[in-house]
Design a binder for this molecule. Structure first.
Ligand SMILES: [Zn+2]
Length: 403
């Protein structure tokens, strides 16, 4: 039995299928919306949470006693690139680098499993073509991974006139995109200045809305962020070079902000040799990333204090960063000054709301999908507990339950 179990775990197969109700007891449950409940039991039946609170009298089913942990909703990373991986030569994978399409897909499936094991049960990818097969394979249960929403690709200032941009948006929709990704500024490695006109950004976001999709817009400089807010797009990605007026304008327009505190930049610097020499991963690019520290931490600190600003969790995880997603939340609390409960909410109920999935994900209550994770001890006392996830359930299936 033992080797079989290990093989199942290696393959990412569920190690406990939910044939009967499961009662999970924990020293504390965080509901994903701001409340901690001491000594609570979450009963899961099929894919859904049935009750939260005391163990129902006469309960018959499987019991999982997690003990001194914080049980909470699975993390929702609104910006993750599962298709990015290091190839057989240990370099960032690019087309025609000798990896076969099968090897690439296996590497991507590995990233999905690594991400799920780290407690991230839903991701949003902005976005690669491979995401479509990945999303559908996970949905069918072929492989284990987080729920995936994807833009399948992106558009930028080179997409042309407003009419041509609208056409591109409709094409993404027809290919099966769940959202639209727009680049309205340069990369942080190239200074982050605005690249699109207001008319272009408006065309992209308005057409996305007409198609029933949300639009996430990459924008670093305050000027680029303001274009996104004025165009009434849904979410600003990065905003590393923000100013207070840009944060206020985003709040006033109900535009979510998805800033990055540490992980994406730390990972590039730690794995520099694996990226160096590709595109703008050069001397100036790495210097710009290193020098972004004060600005990006400043964005978080100011965003925390900006009234009405909805700051969601998104790591921009690329090759090397998968499974380390929670480092971003540790930075938010330790360096960005965000209260622990707010940081968790940004990765749970608020992230679900931003993805229009709040009626099924992001909170622990009866009727919600059973995406639950547990970390040791009381996360309010030690945010780094998020780096030591020991229990993962998604859709009512246990994928991790460390002794
Ligand atoms: Zn990205």
């Amino acid at each position: 039995m033992r080797p079989l179990l290990s093989l199942a775990a290696l393959a990412g197969l569920p190690v406990l299928a939910a044939a009967q109700p499961i009662a999970i007891t924990a020293a504390r449950v965080f509901d994903g919306a701001g409340r901690f409940l001491p000594n609570a039991t979450v009963v899961v039946e099929g894919r859904h949470v049935r009750s939260v609170g005391a163990l129902p009298a006469g309960f018959r089913g499987t019991r999982i006693a997690l003990g001194d942990v914080t049980l909470m909703p699975g993390l929702i990373d609104t910006h993750s690139h599962l298709a990015w991986y290091f190839n057989k030569q240990g370099r960032l994978h690019q087309g025609n680098d000798g990896d076969t399409p099968t090897e690439s897909m296996l590497a991507i499936a590995g990233n999905a499993w690594t991400t799920l094991r780290a407690g991230v049960t839903t991701i949003q990818s902005p976005g690669s073509p491979e995401d479509k097969e990945l999303r559908d394979a996970i949905h069918r249960g072929w492989i284990a991974g987080p729920r995936v929403l994807t833009s399948l690709g992106s558009l930028s200032e080179t997409a042309g006139t407003p009419d041509q941009i609208r056409e591109r948006v409709r094409t993404f929709k027809s290919r099966g995109a769940d959202l639209i990704k727009v680049f309205a500024s340069k990369s942080i490695r190239d200074g982050g200045a605005a690249t699109m006109t207001l008319e272009q950004v408006q065309a992209a976001c308005d057409e996305a809305h007409r198609q029933g999709l949300r639009a996430l817009v990459h924008a670093h400089s305050a000027e680029a962020m303001n274009l996104v807010s004025r165009a009434k797009c849904d979410q600003i990605e990065h905003g590393m070079l923000s100013d207070q007026a840009a944060l206020d304008l985003a709040a006033a327009n109900n535009v979510y902000l998805d800033p990055q505190c540490s992980l994406v930049i730390d990972n590039y610097l730690q794995n520099r040799a694996k990226f160096e020499g590709i595109g703008n991963y050069n001397e100036e690019g790495f210097a710009a990333m290193r020098n972004s520290e004060a600005a990006r931490i400043g964005t978080i600190r100011n965003a925390v204090r900006t009234k009405g600003l909805k700051m969601v969790f998104g790591t921009d995880a690329v090759a090397g960063a998968h499974g380390r997603n929670a480092e971003e939340l540790v930075c938010r609390v330790q360096r960005g000054g965000q209260p622990v409960a707010d940081a968790l909410v940004s990765a749970q109920s608020l992230a679900a709301e931003s993805m229009r999935l709040a009626d099924s994900l992001g909170t622990v209550k009866a009727g919600m999908l059973a995406d639950l994770i547990a970390v040791p001890g009381d996360v309010r006392r030690d945010i780094t507990a998020l780096l030591r996830v020991r229990f993962v359930m998604k859709d009512g299936v246990v994928y991790r339950n460390d002794p």
